[in-house]
Write a protein that binds this ligand. Structure first.
Ligand code: HEM
Length: 226
């Protein structure tokens, strides 16, 4: 392969890019959920955490642009890979035909598209604040942006509870297959590592989804309130 970036143009190159960008996005989702669990420690903790992130604008914008780049790369290369696979000979690789594709693997493109739509909605809702005009973001007793109040207000509304719970189902489906197949792509299917990583996708996906659902239901049920 003499052309610069020639490897990137191959199907394997595409798979590696989708796998690496997907793992970094999955890491974000795990840390985001862990950060949001501070809702259980009350307004001061969650607002303080949000303030720390906002007080480092260079880091915040580097992370935001990095995330945007990762999502874009993951989407564009992922779609190209799916198109290539569809155009490839229908019988596929002889050695692979014994494996029946799971529901999650067959619906990766659809679940990925739904996740992108959710992320756009979520940013407009909780970061930009243009979805729900019944809440006007203010400051808490310490003069910090009241992110806690915003999240609590959101999940007191059954409409947002339903949308966010549905998003968790899609996230779980996408993430469980994505993580397992990323490890496979990156060559971690060595017999020993295979045993270690085989269940990692569903476990990590389950951890994130359960954490997010606990936050949503704790607020919806009034266990956490403003
Ligand atoms: C119960 C679930 C979730 C809660 C409570 C939550 C909460 C929040 C909040 C409060 C913000 C705005 C932070 C601020 O204004 O300072 C935010 C931003 C964001 N969330 Fe979530 N989130 C949840 C799930 C998710 C999921 C599943 C994803 C990705 C698939 C996600 C991706 C993002 C992104 C990309 C941002 C923009 C970050 C930024 O402003 O720089 N969130 N989230």
């Amino acid at each position: 392969m003499n052309r610069p970036f020639g490897y990137v143009q191959t199907s394997i190159g595409h798979k590696v890019i989708v796998a690496l960008s997907g793992l970094l996005l999955a890491a974000f989702v795990v840390f985001h959920m862990l950060g949001n669990l501070q809702v259980f420690q009350g307004a001061a903790a969650l607002n303080g955490y949000a303030a720390v992130l906002r007080d480092m604008p260079l880091l915040l914008w580097t992370a935001r642009l990095g995330l945007l780049g990762l999502v874009g790369m993951h989407l564009v290369i992922g779609v190209r890979l799916a198109q290539r696979n569809r155009r490839a000979r229908p019988e596929g690789y002889a050695a692979r035909t014994y494996r029946r594709a799971s529901f999650a693997s067959r619906t990766m493109a659809a679940s990925g598209m739904l996740l992108i739509l959710f992320i756009i909605f979520h940013i407009l809702h909780l970061t930009v604040g243009v979805v729900d005009h019944t809440f006007v973001e203010g400051v808490d007793g310490r003069g910090q942006r009241d992110v806690f109040g915003k999240v609590v207000h959101a999940f007191q509304n059954p409409l947002y509870v339903t949308i966010y719970l549905a998003a968790q189902a899609v996230l779980g489906l996408h993430l469980s297959h994505a993580l397992s197949s990323s490890f496979q792509t990156l060559g971690l299917e060595h017999p020993l590592l295979d045993r270690l990583f085989r269940g990692t996708g569903p476990v990590v996906a389950g951890f994130v989804v359960v954490g997010n659902i606990v936050i949503i239901l704790a607020i919806a049920s009034g266990v956490v309130r403003a």
